[in-house]
Design a protein around this ligand. Structure first.
Ligand code: 6PG
Length: 246
């Protein structure tokens, strides 16, 4: 079983622990490197985590002036669209913390079609992390788990799963809603992170979580194994239900 699994009674407990981990990772990165780089996850699970970061005590505990926010994936819709991961973060996090706008590194969905957006976002990442770097090294990378085993926008059977050079690629819709084109960090880019934290909640994730933790590499989430970083799974009891052996 890859990584450390922590089980919580419910989504609130999971989110509180994740918010504490976020703050701890920020403090460590800022003390060691003068900045904190985090890639946010989309989907609904992280919403409560994001809200908790805007409330005392964590809002004050985090030095937002040293934080840089990115996204692990984004849907190719306008930033004010209901399906936008950026909009989710703006409404639950960005509007509630004193984060300098220049440190919000959104996916440039406006530049064109999927490949244009992927290349542009990758250029932004390379400009930020360094042109000589083989991969971006996020201090913290948040991920969710789809009921089909996808993570970020890496869907089962996708050619994107075999990408070994690019940091960001465009992907077509998966089988789960919303049925929109996306861009996503690639597996090597994800696996270069210092810390990867999966947030998984709900009974609908129980079956897939079990298979992922058993190492079923047919499921994209099972291929997240940060070579030089820590991997954590924060799951609630409902998602644990059939994930025996946790
Ligand atoms: C996306 C997300 C995706 C999400 C999972 C889980 O853009 O769709 O990045 O990978 O994390 O689908 O979504 P829920 O948290 O809504 O279950």
């Amino acid at each position: 079983m890859p990584g450390e699994v922590r089980v919580f009674p419910n989504l609130e407990g999971l989110s509180l622990a994740a918010a504490e981990s976020f703050a701890d990772a920020a403090a460590e990165a800022i003390s060691q490197r003068g900045r904190f780089t985090v890639a946010l996850s989309g989907g609904s699970t992280p919403s409560r985590l994001y809200q908790l970061l805007t409330l005392p005590p964590l809002r004050q505990r985090i030095d937002w002036s040293r934080c840089h926010l990115f996204w692990g994936d984004e849907r190719l819709v306008p930033p004010d669209h209901a399906d936008s991961n950026y909009r989710l973060a703006r409404e639950t996090l960005l509007d509630g913390v004193p984060l300098p706008v220049a440190q919000i590194h959104g996916v440039p969905v406006e530049v064109g079609e999927g490949n244009d957006v992927a290349q542009s976002y990758e250029e932004d990442l390379r400009d930020f992390f360094g042109r000589d770097e083989l991969w971006p090294r996020f201090d913290l990378l948040l991920l969710g788990l789809g009921s089909d085993g996808h993570t970020a926008s890496l869907f089962p059977g996708s050619p994107a799963l075999e990408e070994s050079q690019r940091w960001v690629v465009a992907t077509p819709p998966g089988t789960l809603p919303p049925p929109v084109n996306r861009v996503t960090l690639t597996l090597p880019a994800i696996n270069a992170a210092r810390e990867v934290l999966f947030l998984v909640a709900g009974a609908d994730k129980a079956g897939v979580l079990h298979h992922v933790l058993q190492g079923d590499v047919g499921l994209p989430a099972a291929r997240v194994r940060p070579a030089g970083g820590d991997l954590y799974w924060f799951v609630d009891m409902a998602a644990k239900a059939r994930s025996g052996g946790l």
